[in-house]
Design a binder for this molecule. Structure first.
Ligand code: ZN
Length: 404
């Protein structure tokens, strides 16, 4: 791949101002967008206005359902055949929860000792701010890119809803081979992602008086056998992603304390890495259940409902996108940026599965455990580094005209 020349890099970085990155983060945090329920009018209104003020082309509010407003902007490249890039971060945040557990008001962003506090600072409004500042700096520098550069502020990430980034791509508002999502990865470039299956399973018992448990079949006892069987599945191990996992997310069972539970429903979340496919895992689940039923003829299973299914996702480490990110990351931070794997492919999966992108990655500042935490925070210096990383990545992927 060719790289952006130092001249264009210097011109763009000269336009990238720390106070813009920090100011954008504060403006975004100040506009609450907790999801659920996902009320986006305020944050989307401000974002759209700012995209326009930055001089982005084709700024669109893409609303798949009333109120669920994605915002897309573009810097048009000079060569329609050149590689295009989309920088995208979600505007929704998880609930701030119990306000008394926050040192500062979660929606009044506060900077103390170089750290910015607030709901969304690290997940993922700080990343969106960095991407906006990066795109704005490229625009202001006057550097012309060969490939299109898209900027997208999308909704419904926290609920994996269908009206967010996948909808924007499906509707044709973004045409880019390369997609970078901003999340708190501590600047590690995530290129390989676990898959997941979520399913609910009904376990059938037989009710009886609680004083005579031997006259019934306790569905809770039987559900415990099912849990043990599913937990016993060897989910394999991936060199980057680690071991596959089994989690019991919910269990609903029984009606009354003095009644033998007649029915139980257990929900499982299974995750694993490539090259294992979801059909293999489903076969393992079926085998485990068959074995449990053979061991206990009283174990009766009802309906199984699969509520989510996706395959593992791995993008080539040697792709131009990953090379661009690594180079941009080390130039932005002065240190080597590593590669890693993530427990979820987020919106990369539906966008890739829809055939819209060839390469993708997730990268951003902040520690992963800041996401969804009380007192969510992010160092200002990292926000600025991230903005540089996104700007330089755009330059390397979309290439300044004539390699300047
Ligand atoms: Zn996030």
């Amino acid at each position: 791949m060719s790289h952006a020349g130092t001249r264009s890099v210097d011109r763009v970085l000269a336009q990238l101002r720390d106070e813009v990155v920090v100011g954008y983060t504060q403006e975004l945090v100040r506009r609450p967008s907790e999801n659920p329920p996902g009320s986006y009018e305020e944050v989307a209104g401000w974002t759209e206005q700012e995209f326009r003020r930055m001089g982005l082309e084709a700024v669109t509010a893409v609303e798949g359902e009333p109120g669920r407003i994605n915002v897309v902007g573009r810097i048009r490249g000079t060569n329609p055949d050149a590689p295009a890039l989309c920088l995208a971060s979600h505007t929704d945040v998880v609930s701030a929860g119990d306000r008394s557990k926050w040192r500062y008001d979660p929606f009044d962003p506060t900077i103390v000792d170089g750290v910015l506090w607030g709901r969304g600072a690290a997940d993922s409004k700080g990343m969106l701010a960095g991407m906006m500042a990066a795109t704005g700096a490229i625009r202001e520098s006057g550097v012309a890119l060969e490939g299109d550069l898209y900027l997208c502020a999308y909704v419904d990430d926290e609920t994996a809803g269908p009206m967010g980034l996948r909808y924007v791509f499906d509707e044709g508002h973004i045409k880019a081979d390369n997609l970078v999502l901003g999340e708190a990865t501590a600047f590690e470039i995530q290129y390989v992602f676990k898959s997941r299956i979520w399913f609910e399973l009904d376990v059938i018992g037989r009710s009886a008086h609680g004083a005579f448990p031997e006259r019934g079949i306790n569905a809770i006892d039987k559900a415990m056998e099912v849990i043990e069987a599913i937990r016993g599945i060897d989910m394999g191990s991936h060199p980057v992603l680690g071991a596959g996992t089994v989690n019991v997310g919910t269990m609903h069972a029984g009606d009354q304390v003095n009644v033998v539970a007649g029915e139980a429903t257990v929900a499982f979340d299974l995750r694993w890495g490539p090259p294992i496919s979801s059909s293999e895992v489903r076969e393992w689940v079926n085998e485990a259940l068959r074995a449990a039923q053979q061991a206990d003829p009283e174990l009766e299973l009802g309906e199984m409902r699969v509520t989510e299914i996706r395959e593992p996702l791995e993008f080539p480490q040697e792709s131009p996108l990953i090379s661009a990110l690594r180079r941009a990351g080390s130039d932005a931070s002065g240190r080597e940026i590593g590669l890693g794997g993530w427990y979820s492919s987020g919106e990369l999966w539906p966008v890739w599965n829809g055939g819209h992108i060839r390469n993708g990655a997730v990268v951003g500042p902040g520690e992963p455990w800041q996401a969804h935490a009380y007192n969510e925070q992010i160092p200002v210096a990292e926000l600025v580094e991230a903005a540089k990383l996104y700007a330089l990545t755009a330059l390397h992927v979309c290439r300044p005209e004539a390699g300047r």
